[in-house]
Write a new protein. Structure first.
Length: 94
């Protein structure tokens, strides 16, 4: 089955990720959709999803990526590992 197709067991309000309905982020998705439209028109923007752990940053990013993919735009993911590498400047032992 294609990743984009809805499974026969998937509820209509579930995303393609099989998660529960995506609610409570309308304002954020409007901002992201506006940026997506700008990017599609050649006017790039930089956005950051920030917040406390567990509030839905990854889910919001996944929903946004679905919107971009549905419009035929390339979606790429990246990440970093916490607490690896050099400490910030000005910290450490002297």
């Amino acid at each position: 089955m294609d990743e984009k197709e809805t499974s026969p067991n998937q509820a209509p309000d579930q995303s393609s990720h099989g998660d529960a309905a995506f609610v409570g982020r309308r304002r954020e998705l409007e901002t992201l959709t506006s940026a997506l439209e700008d990017a599609a028109a050649g006017r790039g923007r930089v956005l950051m999803l920030a917040g406390a752990p567990g509030i839905g940053k990854i889910r919001t990013a996944r929903e946004f990526a679905d919107l971009a993919d549905a419009r035929g735009l390339k979606v790429m993911w990246g990440w970093c590992y916490e607490h690896q590498g050099e400490p910030p400047i000005g910290t450490g032992c002297s």
